[in-house]
Design a protein around this ligand. Structure first.
Ligand SMILES: Nc1nc2c(ncn2[C@@H]2O[C@H](COP(=O)(O)OP(=O)(O)OP(=O)(O)O)[C@@H](O)[C@H]2O)c(=O)[nH]1
Ligand SMILES: [Mg+2]
Length: 549
């Protein structure tokens, strides 16, 4: 029987060198033949078991467990910031590689803060027009006055140098329009995927309306569209104490409609790629030295305009009468992009490179759902894939959440508890904490999520502490708080109980354990610890369904 195994070799042509090499010697003794056949059998067994292992491994790779985590919460609750923290922890190399792409967003955050200050200190009383109540209006840093009157209607301190500030900072209006167009270009496919790799700053100035066509193929149009600057505006005035010549601005003021809208980027957008390294690679002179040329050598780069305006921006921010006027109007810029106002010299420097903290503080509203995946080693050294979904939290974005409920393993719900004195940008009649509570209730009594682990982040605790310390009283905004002490411990504990009781009352799964963390997700160190705890909790609670062990 064993001889049949030799058949194939025997049949081979003698001219085949491989067959010749494999053929048993012609003078093989029966004992030698038996040894050879045993060895061949052994070799086949080894080969078969290797095949089996490879097959099992392939199956294993296909069945690699996946943990899906959904970040939920109202707009500006800190979802995207939490996602950035996940990226910073698990894929730090790509996070760092992308930092430069945030430069445009950071400039825009800074320029918008300045514009809002100019609006606030303007001697004219701006009527509250319709668009302020539109979806996507500016972040909720405007506080409702206790008399229900909009802050813009309150008269107060005059800023003597207002005219001077307005004239010298006029070029920033055009810069704001350019940056807004660049970041929110609707025709993503053409503008970014197929277009030039580097941003062409000139393309975003006046007269290039063709690069902003409507949405197509049923894809949604962008969430923002900015009318073009008016060409009839007076010429800008060069800021003082600046040796840099400014690019000639095409227009001066953002349209009133656009200036109240927040900039957002659609989830399909590839804007980070477009802004990476400022586009250019090497200058002619650097071909030999291999030196990377920076954006600072590009005369059209926004850095020149923002750098030239820096001295006056600093003057405005330091002006005591401006500070007083902002207080009177209850405009707390430190809660939004105001962070950058304290960093003007660094951020406007020609060779400014965003730090981790700058990126974490950068505000860019999410539209759609953004997915971030990374792989972690589970028990038994098996890789586990993590998928984190960051959704848009504005009211008109929430219908996009449901399709993700079906197979999600855990939810991190963010409620910014510092926002008790703020209103929704989408609806100024709704208090932000009230909205968070309603949203929380809707999530916990959602059937599809009955068996999903939920972690609650009571977020923006740093801002809550600062706000309470500055004298803002919770009971003026939430009557139910009564005359309890207005300190951080009592207030944060009050919110913890409020969210906890809602969970106890409405959850469809009485067995579900709720984990609540007090967070400030812009704080990298503390957030990293919380994320590790949450990660372990999610893995432990999903052991069975994920068959991780
Ligand atoms: N100081 C402070 N700022 C925070 C905190 N969390 C978030 N922020 C800032 O708040 C702003 C809004 O945060 P995002 O993460 O963009 O909010 P979001 O929930 O993703 O908002 P949408 O995309 O509109 O749904 C950003 O500028 C963040 O840097 C926090 O705990 N403390
Ligand atoms: Mg977001």
């Amino acid at each position: 029987m064993a001889s049949s195994k030799l058949e194939p070799n025997r049949r081979r042509s003698l001219s085949d060198p491989l067959a010749a090499a494999l053929r048993p010697p012609a003078n093989e003794t029966p004992a030698e033949r038996e040894r050879r056949l045993r060895a061949e059998d052994e070799a086949k067994k080894v080969s078969d078991s290797i095949d089996e292992m490879l097959r099992a491994e392939r199956k294993d790779i296909k069945a690699k467990p996946v943990v899906k985590v959904l970040l939920l919460g109202q707009s500006e609750s800190g979802k995207s910031t939490t996602l950035k923290q996940f990226q910073l922890m698990h894929t730090p190399a790509s996070f760092h590689a992308e930092r430069i792409a945030w430069r445009a967003v950071i400039y825009l955050n800074l320029v918008r803060s300045i514009r809002r200050i100019l609006d606030a200190i303007s001697p004219e009383i701006e009527p509250l027009d319709e668009h302020e109540e539109e979806e996507g209006a500016e972040p909720a840093s405007i506080i409702i006055s206790s008399f229900g009157r909009p802050p813009s209607a309150l008269a107060g301190t005059m800023v003597q140098k207002y005219e001077h500030y307005r004239r010298y900072l006029e070029p920033l209006a055009e810069l704001e329009d350019r940056l807004t167009h660049m970041l929110s270009s609707p025709d993503e496919d053409e503008a970014t995927h197929l277009g030039p790799k580097q941003p062409n700053w000139n393309m975003y100035t006046n007269g290039h309306s063709k690069i902003l066509p409507n949405g197509k193929n049923g894809r949604p149009s962008p969430s923002i569209s900015i009318p073009y600057p008016k060409t009839s505006s007076p010429s800008p005035v060069s800021p003082p104490s600046s040796s840099t010549s400014l690019p000639s601005p095409a227009g001066t003021s953002s349209s009133s409609k656009s200036k109240h809208k927040e900039v957002s980027v659609h989830h399909t957008s590839n804007w980070k790629k477009a802004f990476a390294l400022g586009g250019k690679t090497k200058s002619p002179k650097s071909v030999h030295t291999n030196e990377i040329e920076g954006w600072w050598d590009d005369p059209d780069d926004p850095v020149h305009m923002i750098n030239a305006c820096a001295p006056v921006m600093m003057e405005v921010w330091k002006d005591p009468s401006v500070k007083q006027r902002l207080r009177e109007k209850r405009l707390r810029l430190e809660e939004s992009s105001g962070f950058y106002l304290n960093e003007i010299p660094r951020i406007t420097a020609l060779r400014y490179f965003p730090t981790d903290q700058d990126v974490l503080k950068a505000r860019l509203k999410t539209v759609g759902v953004v997915e971030h995946s990374f792989s972690l080693q589970g028990a038994n050294h098996r890789p586990v894939e993590w998928k984190i979904y960051d959704v848009g939290g504005a009211r008109n974005q929430r219908q996009a959440w449901t399709p993700y409920f079906e197979d999600v393993n855990a939810i991190i719900f963010l409620a910014p508890i510092s926002a008790f004195d703020q209103v929704l940008a989408e609806d100024p009649k709704v208090n932000r904490v009230e909205d968070s509570l309603l949203l929380w209730k809707a999530v916990i009594d959602q059937k599809l999520l009955a068996n999903v682990n939920i972690v609650l982040f009571l977020n923006k605790c740093d801002l809550l502490r600062a706000k309470l310390e500055s004298g803002v009283r919770l009971n003026q905004h939430m009557v139910s708080y009564g005359d309890r002490p207005n300190d951080y411990e009592t207030v944060s504990n009050y919110f913890r109980k409020k969210f906890g009781i809602l969970h106890q009352t409405y959850t469809l799964n009485k067995e579900r354990e709720l984990f609540i963390h007090y967070t400030s997700v812009t704080d990298t160190h503390r957030t990293a610890t919380i994320i590790s705890t949450v990660r372990d909790f999610i893995v432990r609670s999903n052991l069975k369904n994920l068959s991780l062990f």
